[in-house]
Design a protein around this ligand. Structure first.
Ligand code: SAM
Length: 183
């Protein structure tokens, strides 16, 4: 962990039913500027997919699994943000959360099924991306973009084996360090 990391905790995972959503929580965390995602212990398939993408398209990004997600929350040595439709509007609290993040690490918690009430109590911030029910992936994406104020879109990647060459039309993926193109 670095002193100013942003970690994302995926709280809960129902194997089968949540596989795709948990994978997308991890991929979204990686793509939009977080340093680390922590998955619950039974999300091994999602972990492997996120690690495969990181190996191919770059990092740094760490994927971890835990058998004790509540302990990750209770012992986190920085501010804890819990994304929930019942929280305070992100647009009202983002500046104060950015100030917390300048002072230390941040843990962003997203749920799968019902989130235990002690998470609401431990959280320094219960934050809503609208007070409407939607998705942990959408909530995480909007929250990270507000946290980083768009700077995450310019991020550089290291140790990638492949990179996407932006094109107005079509698809181009190149091996890194080679002039060979590929579709
Ligand atoms: N019904 C569940 C509960 O009571 O906690 C929530 C299920 S929801 C499908 C899964 C996760 O999406 C939530 O735990 C929360 O992290 C996220 N989420 C859903 N709507 C949200 C919103 N409007 N703002 C922030 N996060 C949201």
């Amino acid at each position: 962990m670095n002193d100013h990391e942003v970690a994302v905790l995926r709280l809960g995972h129902r194997p089968g039913r949540d596989n795709r959503m948990t994978t997308h929580v991890g991929l979204t965390a990686r793509a939009l500027g977080a340093d680390r995602v922590v998955l619950t212990g039974n999300a091994t398939q999602s972990r492997e997919t996120i690690e495969d993408i990181t190996a191919r398209f770059g990092g740094p990004f760490v994927v971890e699994q835990t058998e004790e997600p509540k302990r990750v929350v209770s012992e986190f040595p920085g501010s804890v943000v819990h994304l929930t439709m019942y929280g305070l509007p992100v647009q009202d609290v983002a500046a104060d959360i950015r100030a917390d993040h300048r002072a230390g690490p941040l843990l962003v918690v997203v749920g799968a099924e019902k989130v235990p009430f002690d998470v609401y109590e431990r959280a320094d911030w219960n934050v809503a991306v609208t007070n409407q029910p939607h998705s942990e992936v959408a909530g995480l994406a909007v929250f990270l973009d507000r946290l980083f104020e768009g700077r995450e879109l310019e991020r550089e990647w290291t140790d990638a084996t492949h990179r996407v060459i932006p094109k107005a039309t079509g698809k181009r993926v190149e091996p890194v360090g080679s002039d060979d193109g590929g579709e």
